[in-house]
Design a protein around this ligand. Structure first.
Ligand SMILES: [Zn+2]
Length: 302
């Protein structure tokens, strides 16, 4: 049973829109592409977890804190006899381990060693359990689930699951009976209550309202070259159509995400969308989809 689902992090959503509206450095683009791949890999693994039998709690994307140390867990599976902490890595291609460090064979670029990361999370999670007076066995696993992934020089003792072993792992779980009790439930509730929704370590580039390109871009290809039809915007680059109302509301959500401290007003959204649409249309959309505060010229929405 999935009791905490996964969705794109605020960091990923913000980076996606910044990538459309400003020039990211190569390093920032690399970070964004890693986040995209990571998210894709997690979602692919989630699909496999849907077929898990027996009683289990599954919690995705937990961010916890203990003694001022934060730790993130991609997927936690609470079974009767063991809690699995899983870290999904969707790395593509050939990698090698050297002195406990992980490198890509083609680019020689070093990647954070996920085994070190999951070991740290496991230590901190055990402290978390102790603090909340729970006694459970905890087992960490790094899951490389991209079909093309290969790791050279991987010692046998590492808690690693390779793409060819994923199904065996799931079959193993399915053939292990699991019944959950009140303690498991209490733990799940404690975890949900302790989860920190806003990641303090999000790596976002500095950006300002003035520095970002205004306008509505195509939801498909990202092009700002769109024309207004009667009810839709038409992308001149890829031909995709999007309802005018939906496109404007999408821009409002972006505005809110990027500038949580700015007031959402008709004028602000008009300038942000920078498109040939009546202010009346924007007002109506805001009224229908957001809560209105204030009167007349002081009106804003949340
Ligand atoms: Zn397009």
């Amino acid at each position: 049973m999935i009791i905490k689902t996964r969705s794109e992090s605020e960091e990923l959503l913000t980076m996606r829109t910044l990538n459309r509206r400003m020039d990211l450095t190569d390093k920032e683009k690399f970070h964004l592409s890693n986040m995209e791949k990571g998210y894709e890999g997690e979602r692919k693994f989630d699909v496999l977890l849907e077929d898990l039998q027996e009683e289990r709690y599954i919690l995705c994307d937990l961010l916890l804190e203990i003694n001022n140390s934060y730790f993130q867990i991609d997927t936690m599976i609470i079974s009767q006899g063991v809690i699995h902490l899983l870290d999904n890595k969707y790395f593509q291609g050939d990698f090698y381990l050297e002195d406990d460090k992980l490198y890509s064979v083609t680019t020689k670029r070093e990647r954070k060693n996920p085994v070190d990361q999951i070991k740290r999370s496991t230590t901190l999670f055990n402290q978390f359990l102790l603090k909340h007076k729970f006694k459970f066995l905890v087992e960490p696993l790094v899951i490389f689930n991209h079909p093309t992934f290969t790791l050279y020089q991987a010692p046998l003792s590492q808690p690693i699951i390779f793409p060819t072993q994923v199904h065996r792992l799931l079959n193993g779980w399915n053939s292990t009976p699991s019944k959950l009790n009140a303690d498991h439930k209490k733990l799940a509730q404690t975890l949900l209550a302790s989860h920190i929704p806003k990641n303090p370590f999000a790596q976002l580039p500095a950006y300002s309202y003035e520095g970002l390109q205004k306008g509505i871009y195509c939801d498909g290809c990202g092009s700002f070259h769109i024309s207004k039809l009667r009810y839709d915007f038409l992308c001149n680059s890829c031909g995709r159509k999007e309802k005018i109302e939906e496109a404007i509301l999408r821009n409002v959500r972006e505005f809110k995400l990027l500038f949580p401290d700015r007031r959402i007003t008709t004028q602000a959204i008009y300038e942000w969308c920078k498109v040939d649409v009546h202010k009346r249309t924007i007002s109506r959309l805001l009224k229908n989809n957001y809560t209105m505060h204030g009167v007349n010229t002081g009106t804003y929405y949340s």
